[in-house]
Design a protein around this ligand. Sequence first.
Ligand code: ZN
Length: 308
Amino acid sequence: MLLTTIAGSLPKPSWLAKPGVLWAPWSLSGPALAEGKRDAVLVALREQETAGIDIVTDGEQSRQHFVHGFLEAIEGVDFARRVTIGIRADRYKAEVRPMTIVDTLADEYYRDRRRLAMEFARVINEEARELAVLGLDVLQLDEPAFNVYMDDVRAWGIDALHRAIEGLPCKTAVHICYGYGIKANVDWKATLGGEWRQYEQTFPALAASRIDQVSVECANSRVPLALLGLLKGKDVLVGAVDVATAAIETPEEVAATIRSVLPFVPPERLYACTNCGMVPLARDVARGKLRALAAGAALVRKELGVRA
Ligand code: ZN
């Protein structure tokens, strides 16, 4: 009960990629890069274990970007020819799992977002099945686009998620969020008003889905926590660590965020998590936040008289 985990990414060591830069270029190449990625995953696992995180991830050490890293290996995606498109309803001008990939890609073949999403979902599913055979316990999909295209979420977003998790024996999670602490996110969030109610439409669709867990930011978030009640029956990965600030939370602050969610999520369904990926942070800050997360969850477990 009240186990801890993270929303995917951790900062990379400076010998692997340029520090302090989002989507940083690799510092290595060829076989040295492949070896460096594997070594960095071991470091990321060790750092999570040392901090006391219960369910650990690969820290996303082997990909430069959460969409590009996946697309790079797919035949039919032309990486040599990048174009600038507006993504997340023009929130970012940039070139970047199924809906989020589709939103990031300039489609010149299918010309149909739903068909394109289903095709990517099929490819993701192939990879996920391979990971499950290797012993994966939880597959976490990343869908930051789920708070932008609410009609598409209902029309085909959930179907695409289902296609991506088809036949998987492991637990499945989806991370939805309002983004990292980068300027485009911060500026966009400032336009959303005092309450972020986008999930009022997304949560019921996710509650009715076959996804087991939903990861959502709750630390310094303007998502009304009562909305979490709409996720009844799902595990909720409660973001109790803010990734948009270098200030390290105290365990008491983490515990306060977890407590604030308890009226809406029963403790047996609650996992303490980070708001989003920690890749943009300095490594010592990320380590401090991991420790605070574990210590904060331990405080609440103690209050509730439960053991991890
Ligand atoms: Zn996120």
